[in-house]
Design a protein around this ligand. Sequence first.
Ligand code: SMG
Ligand code: MG
Length: 371
Amino acid sequence: MSIEALRLHSLEIPLVRPFRTSFGTQTVRDVVLVEAIDSDGRHGWGECVTMAWPGYNAEYTAGAVAVIERYLAPIVLGQDWDPERLRSKLDVIRGNELAKASVATAVLDAWLQSREQSLGDYLGAVRDHVDCGVSVGIPTSETIAELLEEVGGYVDAGYRRIKLKIEPGWDLEPVAAVRELWPSIPLQVDANQAYTREHAHHLARLDEFDLLLIEQPLGEDDWWGHRIVAEACATPICLDESILSLESAEAAIEFKAASNINIKPGRVGGFVQAKEIHDLCLSREIPVWCGGMLETGVGRAANIALAALPGFTLPGDTSASNRYYAEDVTKPFVLDNGTLPVPTGPGIGIAPIPENLTAMRVDLIELMATR
Ligand code: SMG
Ligand code: MG
């Protein structure tokens, strides 16, 4: 089965509420879904998890589309691939992991369908449901009351852990308020790089709230700073943005810059790489969890398969579709006692609903193999 066409579907999907982090506020998800069509007529899907602007990852959506069109599609089209060979081939392009992951996943989905194997089975899933956490933005009103109202909704929905976004000026007080109302809920925070090394002792004041972890307090390349923060805090430090490869995961562990890791398949170039990082962490007894990028059902389905691997011992940002979307492009993932089911169908086990895809689509680019 060779890949005959790649279609890039650009969608705009409104969020149910604004999502504010230390680096910006989103109200709409601009997302590109990659569809790979093989010579037997199978359709594989992958989600490009870039944001519309390069304020979080260096990659951004329009740039990723250009990279796919100019560099990745010419590599992929007209050829037959297995996941490992495709991964090494795409590695000739530097960086651009989010773009590469989207194409690699679409091809992987079609390849798995041809073998009638699910992604979970291929990766080595050991669970049929995964525990779900939810990421809670900084309220646009910047009031504790709004935060508690939002967290209360998620606790009532059954989420198994809460993650609060923090930044300087929005940290001790909101965390204290949530901890006071829910003394035993698993709770963690994510700073998205908003602090500096000088904040190490300030961050240590979070120790009293019995958090699971503090995620990415400092800049993504500040390994030494993360080590300083890790030594100052009793709460485990987790890295997200810093982990771009197997090698950076190993550096984080050996350097004691982090004691657990958020794995996002997009950030590391795809599921083959994500599994390698998982395997390394499992062998070093470093707990991992699956991050989120406000995925539609396409990216969510694949993330849930990954989160079913044995080393994913902490609940991930694998929330239900309605956390972000009133209507998803796929059949929605609905929370079941704080968990989501691992898809069992061939490949990623899900595909966009054609009418939803058309209704949400703002652009379509079709790239064909040339003979
Ligand atoms: O999918 O629930 C989700 C998003 C979870 O907080 C989340 N992701 O740094 O972990 C993170 C952020 C990155 C995306 S914010 C634009
Ligand atoms: Mg994060």
